[in-house]
Design a protein around this ligand. Structure first.
Ligand SMILES: [Zn+2]
Length: 133
């Protein structure tokens, strides 16, 4: 995961669509371009975080290659979690992380593990500790 791109995450992410727009921009800085036919217009399939080319109907996952891929959790939640870990630079116990995000312990543990794997080695100061037994 390219963590530097998330350093500018702020409170402007109020809806899933804001997150989708961010991810789209991140991936196609110069505007969408279909990998199959080079067409530039697309539909957003919000429920699955997919873009569909208006020309050839190729579907492209917005979250492929990120910790959010195939997750049932909302992008908003992931963005909030990433922001907490990267920007605040704090260390969280699983319980504290769960309460911050408003999710249960199991979900928080899973998210922390995935995010730590993704962030591992990218920035030494963002190491947040998972309390292992
Ligand atoms: Zn296409």
């Amino acid at each position: 995961m390219e963590t530097y791109l998330f350093e500018s995450l702020d409170d402007t992410f109020k809806t899933e669509e804001d997150c989708v727009r961010f991810l789209t921009k991140r991936r196609w800085a110069g505007g969408f371009c279909c990998p199959n036919c080079d067409y530039h217009l697309f539909y957003i399939i919000k429920t699955r975080n997919l873009l569909e080319c208006k020309e050839c109907r190729t579907q492209i996952s917005l979250t492929a290659g990120t910790v959010m891929h195939k997750s049932k959790l909302s992008l908003m939640l992931w963005f909030k979690a990433i922001r907490a870990l990267i920007q605040d630079g704090q260390t969280y116990s699983i319980a504290a992380f769960a309460s911050l995000l408003g999710v249960n312990y199991r979900t928080a543990k899973l998210m922390l593990e995935k995010l730590q794997l993704a962030l591992c080695g990218q920035k030494s100061q963002t190491k947040s500790s998972i309390q292992q037994k």
